[in-house]
Design a binder for this molecule. Structure first.
Ligand SMILES: Cc1cc2nc3c(=O)[nH]c(=O)nc-3n(C[C@H](O)[C@H](O)[C@H](O)COP(=O)(O)OP(=O)(O)OC[C@H]3O[C@@H](n4cnc5c(N)ncnc54)[C@H](O)[C@@H]3O)c2cc1C
Length: 459
């Protein structure tokens, strides 16, 4: 029998990015908020400090910051005819666990969606017509979002100023800005901090892209180019390009995360309570099964509690948001065979690809000195920025030179034909380590569920 607790106004299921952000807004309005986080409480000091945080085996290979597949297995199948099998080693999704969630080990690539992304179906119909859309086939399930870019713009702006995003705008209130991305949606003002320093491989890409008539721009980054104080009064430092960014927490206070830009302002509020090591099992419903009345959760000691709340926010990362809904019997599960049901529908994942570019020995790249988001890119082939009428597909992707690290266990590119071990392999590694450009996406199968409609499989 679950122990009943005193009702509160709001409970969040998970305290990662959305759980901490929404809690701060609601607590500022005077509501009593409880954050239930399944993982441990953690902070930049002492939990993210070096040398322990620079442990490639623990964090990159063994996915030390991610949901533990042994404790909470996720099963996977490619089609509903297959038997779903447990994922034993994360390659996709990489859901975080612990206070701050995935926003602790994210890269910091800080894009906005484009205007057309929000009205994708309408946009495609208007530009190419119904026949074109039908010819793309029945698997194309695009919809409009129900919210427009213009409605969201003030919130994008607020979020970027919260995180201190470093970048160069390409479009302020409809005026194209030199040096920025001319394809981006209009923003109300410049980024809060200037772009990060461009690495040599980025400069090479910029020169090549410009000479071909494309429009290179610096990747917007939440690894900061300079010190910054956000509107909550929280200070961020300049990125040190330490090479341990994506899949790692930042030891330098230089990457926007709940720990750096939200939690210090939230945790000292008397009307907010964090309960770590508390796993939510389900959302409880009233007799109509249309209204949430609270949640049932289990703490680290295995004791089950019922926390009543007027508002239940599902802030557990998209994969786990769907899981919580399914476990609570809320909504109709998506059936891929009939196309019916909304829970889990269109759940998707980013796919990126990249070539490995082997350079001459006089071109020194220094792959180690990098951050999670200091690329140079073009959007000429992103979204619907080019004519698809003769192509038989929709969507696109940025093209860029983005190297997020050159860490020793994962990064040792060698050209095709090199032996996989032994002296020749060692010689090839030594020859190419400093002279190769490789997008880590070519090594990892991406990072997280894509948040957009297929037009920008970013990050
Ligand atoms: C490796 C990686 C790289 C990324 N890089 C980028 C990037 O460069 N740019 C970008 O825009 N986005 C990036 N993302 C995505 C970004 O991190 C997420 O979009 C964002 O963190 C989602 O916020 P969230 O609150 O939904 O989930 P999270 O921040 O993951 O927070 C969810 C929290 O809920 C907790 N939780 C889950 N289930 C329960 C439960 N049952 N009970 C209690 N607590 C629970 C989890 O432990 C976690 O702390 C990346 C993600 C990953 C994994």
């Amino acid at each position: 029998m679950a122990r009943a607790l005193t009702p509160v106004d709001v409970v969040t299921i998970g305290v990662g990015l959305t759980g901490s952000l929404a809690a701060l807004e609601l607590a500022k309005q005077g509501l009593k908020v409880v954050g239930l986080e399944r993982g441990a409480a953690r902070d930049t000091v002492p939990d993210f400090q070096s040398p322990a945080i620079h442990d490639e085996l623990r964090f990159s290979i063994r996915k030390g910051m991610m949901q533990d597949n042994v404790k909470e297995a996720v099963t996977f199948r490619n089609s509903s005819d297959q038997t779903a099998l447990p994922i034993r080693r994360w390659e996709s999704f990489l859901p975080g666990t612990g206070l701050g969630g995935s926003f602790v080990h994210w890269n910091g690539q800080s894009f906005r969606a484009q205007v057309a992304d929000f009205i994708y179906r309408t946009h495609i119909l208007q530009r190419y017509g119904k026949k074109f859309l039908e010819a793309c086939g029945p698997d194309l399930t695009i919809q409009d979002w129900g919210v427009t870019y213009d409605e969201l713009e003030p919130y994008y702006d607020r979020f970027e100023y919260l995180c201190g995003v470093s970048g160069k705008s390409g479009n302020i209130k409809g005026q194209i800005q030199p040096g920025g991305n001319p394809f981006e949606a209009p923003r109300s003002r410049e980024y809060p901090t200037p772009p990060m320093k461009e690495p040599y491989f980025g400069a090479l890409f910029r020169n090549g892209a410009e000479s071909l008539g494309y429009h290179p721009y610096p990747q917007p980054s939440s690894n900061l180019s300079e010190c910054y104080t956000n509107p909550e009064g929280l200070k961020l430092q300049q990125c040190a390009f330490c090479g341990f960014c994506e899949r790692y927490a930042c030891e330098h206070f230089a990457k926007a995360s709940p720990q750096t830009v939200i939690l210090p302002a939230l945790l000292n509020r008397s009307n907010y309570e964090l309960r770590a090591n508390c796993q939510v099992r389900r959302i409880n419903l009233d007799s109509t099964r249309k209204k949430a009345t609270g949640v049932t959760y289990v703490d680290a000691g295995g004791v089950e509690y019922e926390q009543p709340a007027d508002l239940v926010l599902i802030t557990a990362f998209p994969l786990n948001n769907v899981r919580v809904l399914l476990l609570s019997g809320i909504g109709k599960p998506y059936d891929p065979k009939t196309g019916e049901g909304a829970v889990g529908r269109n759940y998707t994942y980013q796919t990126t690809g990249g070539p490995t570019v082997f350079m001459d020995e006089n071109v020194n790249i220094n792959p180690f000195m990098a951050s999670g988001a200091n690329g140079t890119m073009i959007d000429d082939f992103g979204g619907d920025n080019f004519d698809h009428s003769q192509l038989g597909f929709i969507g696109g992707q940025y093209v860029g030179a983005i190297m997020t690290n050159g860490r020793p266990i994962e990064f040792h590119p060698t050209p095709p034909g090199t032996p996989a071990w032994g002296l020749e392999w060692k010689r090839a590694v030594a020859r190419h380590y400093n002279h190769t450009i490789e997008d880590p996406a070519a090594r990892h199968v991406g990072c997280e569920p894509a948040q957009l409609s297929g037009s920008r499989p970013d990050l």
